[in-house]
Design a protein around this ligand. Structure first.
Ligand code: FES
Length: 228
């Protein structure tokens, strides 16, 4: 199998494509394919040219840290959770997420996700207890990996400066429903950085590896804004 990878030596460099041969197991994950190609210190492209190891991010290799998020054959996904046999293709094409600055090769800087949460005061202050009817959605939201896949497909998320996207909306719901005295402020920042910019394509839910129902968080935030 051919593996085409969009590479970039540094944040300032222009990206370029390199192609590699992969002759490993057919049931490997995309993460295992990258490990296979990187096995030697000096690796070669399919044209026999020496090149450097491919840089990519990973930690858990079990779909729980979100570090290996990238675009795989045109679809944003986790490399460690994506299996070649499910892709059913002759060629594997890998590129970094496009909504974040590239650090190198397939590794991007997603710190804007955390920074936006921090700037918006998205942490639970004085805990107000939890309504048991909310547990299901709160538990679902707590599984967010902050991997950035939802932002990659979002038509409204561009540079993360005004519209903060689905991960932010879900955190708004949790903080507003659990912190006493913060709900008013959170509703305001939710409107400013999510509600007013969301066109409700809900493509975020299609790619979420944790299957988080962002639409349920949105409905709950709406109810908080319009109490009956
Ligand atoms: S390495 Fe942790 S989710 Fe893939």
């Amino acid at each position: 199998m051919k593996v085409r990878i969009l590479r970039q030596c540094s944040p300032e460099d222009k990206p370029h494509w390199e192609t590699f041969d992969y002759n490993g197991p057919e049931d490997a994950s995309v993460a295992a394919v990258l490990d296979y190609i990187n096995y030697n210190d000096d690796i070669e492209t399919d044209a026999g040219e020496r090149t450097t190891r491919i840089i990519w991010d990973c930690s858990c290799l079990q779909g729980i840290c979100g570090a290996c998020a990238m675009v795989i054959n045109g679809r944003p996904a986790l490399a460690c959770e994506t299996l070649l046999r499910d892709l059913n293709c002759d060629e594997l094409v890998l590129r970094p997420l496009r909504k974040f600055p590239v650090i190198r090769d397939l590794m991007v800087d997603r710190s804007s996700i955390q920074e936006n949460l921090r700037k918006s005061g998205m942490f639970i202050g004085e805990y107000s207890g939890s309504d048991s009817r909310e547990h299901e959605q709160q538990y679902s939201v707590s599984k967010c990996l902050k991997c950035g896949l939802c932002l990659e497909v979002c038509p409204n998320y561009t540079d993360g400066k005004t519209f903060f996207g689905a991960a932010f909306a879900n955190d708004c719901y949790v903080v507003a429903s659990r912190s006493s005295g913060k709900a008013g402020d959170i509703r305001k920042t939710y409107a400013e950085h999510f509600e007013n910019g969301c066109s409700k394509s809900l493509s975020c839910m299609d790619v979420c590896p944790m299957k988080i129902q962002t639409i349920a968080s949105m409905a709950k935030m709406n109810r908080m804004r319009n109490p009956r």
